[in-house]
Design a protein around this ligand. Structure first.
Ligand code: BTN
Length: 321
C-alpha cells in the first residue's frame, strides 16, 4: 500500500483509547463501512492492538502517545530532525540521504517495517509503543574511534534514563542497555564511506517502552520495557532529550576523546566485578569483569591478571544472572 494516510488518520482517531463506532470512523475518515476492516487489518499488521466489540465499535488495547513534531522541536534547541510515521529502518533512512546530511541530523519513527538489530537480527518495532531513532555523525578521528563511540552512546543514554528516574538502568558491554537484568534497549552503528581519516556513522537507538508480549514473541532473549522502571514516560520529551544529550556528548567526544567517559562507564556496568564468560567463536573464557579501558576493550581478570578483549565478535554473558 503506497498511500498510508487513511491508516494513519485511523490511528490518530483511536489513539485516545476510547471506543469508536463504525459509523463514526467511516464519517470521520471519509471511507465506506466495508473498507474499515481493511484499514484495521493494516494497523494491526503494524503492531497496533485493536479490539472489536459488536454493537460498540473499535478500541485500542491501550492509549497511544503519538510522536508530536512540535513538542519534540520545542525541546531541541538546534539541529535538524525528521519525524516519520512509517519507515523501513531509521538507520537506512539516513544512510540513503547521507550526501545531504550534516553532523547531528536525526530522524525518529513511529514504526519500522524492517528494523535492524546487530548481527543481522531483526529489531521488533511495533507502531507507537517504543522509540526508534537515528543520528548521523562524521568521525574526524576515523574508524578507530567508532568502537568507543558506541560505548559512549550507551553511557549517555543510560545516564539520561537514570536521571529521569529509571535508576536500575545499566549497560552490558559493548552497548546493550539493561533493566532488571533484561535487555531494554540496543544501539546499532552503521559505518559508511570511510574516506581518508573521516568516517560517516549512523547511530541507531531502539528503546522498548510499552511493547506487548505478543509483539515481542520473536525476541530470543530476556527483554523488558522501560515502563517497568515505574517512571512516567513522555515519548516526545524522551526522544528530544536523548537527541539533545547525544549531540552534546558527541561534541565533547570530538574534543576530549573517550577518556572522560571511562569512569562514567564503571558506575553503569551491569557486570562490574562479577563472574562472566566471553564467547569468542567456539571459545569460552571465564573471569571477573573489571570494566573497560580507554580503547573500549573489556577488562577480564583471569587468575589474578587483567586481560583486555576487543572486537565485534565477542559476546558477554553473566555467570551469576
Ligand atoms: C541491537 O541489536 O541491540 C541494536 C538494535 C538497534 C535498533 C535501532 S531502532 C532505530 C535504528 N533503526 C534500526 O533499524 N535499528 C536501530
Amino acid at each position: 500500500m503506497k498511500d498510508i494516510s487513511i491508516p494513519l488518520k485511523m490511528i490518530n482517531l483511536l489513539a485516545d483509547g476510547e471506543f469508536y463506532s463504525g459509523k463514526k470512523i467511516s464519517r470521520t475518515l471519509g471511507i465506506s463501512f466495508a473498507a474499515i476492516n481493511t484499514y484495521i487489518q493494516i494497523i494491526r499488521n503494524w503492531g497496533i492492538h485493536v479490539f472489536t466489540v459488536p454493537g460498540k465499535g473499535y478500541c485500542l488495547h491501550a492509549q497511544l502517545q503519538l510522536l508530536n513534531e512540535t513538542a519534540i522541536r520545542a525541546r531541541l534547541p538546534s539541529g535538524r530532525l525528521t519525524v516519520l510515521s512509517v519507515v523501513d529502518s531509521t538507520n537506512q533512512y539516513l544512510i540513503e540521504r547521507m550526501l545531504t546530511l550534516k553532523p547531528g541530523d536525526a530522524c525518529v519513527a513511529e514504526y519500522q517495517k524492517h528494523g535492524r538489530g546487530r548481527r543481522g537480527r531483526q529489531w521488533i518495532s511495533p507502531f507507537g509503543n517504543n522509540l526508534y531513532f537515528s543520528l548521523y555523525w562524521r568521525l574526524e578521528q576515523g574508524l578507530s574511534s567508532a568502537c568507543v563511540l558506541s560505548l559512549m552512546v550507551g553511557i549517555v543514554i543510560a545516564e539520561m534514563l537514570r536521571h529521569l528516574g529509571a535508576e536500575g538502568v545499566r549497560i552490558k558491554w559493548p552497548n546493550d542497555l539493561y533493566l532488571n537484568n533484561c535487555k531494554m534497549a540496543g544501539i546499532l552503528m552503521d559505518i559508511i564511506g570511510n574516506t581518508g581519516r573521516n568516517a560517516n556513522v549512523v547511530i541507531g537507538v531502539g528503546i522498548n517502552l510499552t511493547m506487548s508480549a505478543s509483539e515481542a514473541k520473536l525476541i530470543d532473549q530476556d527483554w523488558i520495557n522501560l515502563q517497568e522502571a515505574g517512571i512516567a514516560i513522555d515519548r516526545n520529551v524522551l526522544v528530544a532529550e536523548l537527541i539533545d544529550n547525544l549531540r552534546r556528548a558527541l561534541l565533547q567526544f570530538e574534543r576530549d576523546g573517550f577518556s572522560p567517559f571511562v569512569a562514567r562507564w564503571q558506575a553503569l556496568d551491569v557486570f562490574c566485578d562479577q563472574p562472566v564468560k566471553l564467547l569468542i567463536g567456539e571459545r569460552e573464557i571465564r573471569g571477573i569483569a573489571r570494566g573497560i579501558d580507554v580503547r573500549g576493550a573489556l577488562l577480564l581478570e583471569q587468575d589474578g591478571e587483567c586481560h583486555a578483549y576487543l572486537g565485534g565478535e565477542i559476546s558477554l554473558r553473566g555467570l551469576s544472572l
